[in-house]
Design a protein around this ligand. Sequence first.
Ligand code: AMP
Length: 214
Amino acid sequence: MKLVLLGPPGAGKGTQAKRLQDKYGLVQLSTGDMLRAEVASGSDLGKEAKSVMESGGLVSDELVIGIISDRVDQDDCKGGFILDGFPRTVPQAEALDTMLDDKDMNLDNVVELKVNDDAMVERICGRFTCADCGKGYHDKFEKPAKEGVCDKCGGTEFSRRADDNEETVRSRLESYHKQTAPISNYYAAKGMLKGVDGMADIDDVTGQLTAILG
Ligand code: AMP
């Protein structure tokens, strides 16, 4: 299965992708995670992306299309994948179609997590992850059972994304509405777009998604 998850920053794409990858044996392909890894490694690509990411804008289509195209060719993607954070512009969506065509692949599902923008700032600004296992938490909505200790792996180091601050979140939401929201129309015109209520609680959203994916 090849799936695209759409929705603004904070909609829960990453959280749901992690759940779906376990359930369906898919690989989560998050361009945001890949770009953060490039920034952390100090690569040329990371240096190019860093300031754009910090300002809440979008890195160039060419750069992310190249990253995804290389990643999809790797062996672990043969069983299917979930695109999380890509495509983010209509040219990226068009390039994805061409890329998949060239690789004799096609998309099975495009699902949009529908959310209320105002709630996204609070969701994003409170989130943090375990530095060891990557489990996600939230200051208000999902605290570790014991403060400072990861429920999943017992780790005691946590990290927050550099771009999860209010000012950058507002720019990211603006980029979403200007550049990414038009993708919904792109997929709707192809009759491929389905929607779920992303304001529901996490388990409920997973239930809505699995009802669509089968
Ligand atoms: P995310 O983790 O999906 O919220 O992405 C974090 C940041 O990485 C975004 O705010 C963008 O600066 C950059 N980014 C991630 N995916 C893309 C993409 N498909 N196109 C352009 N920029 C992206």
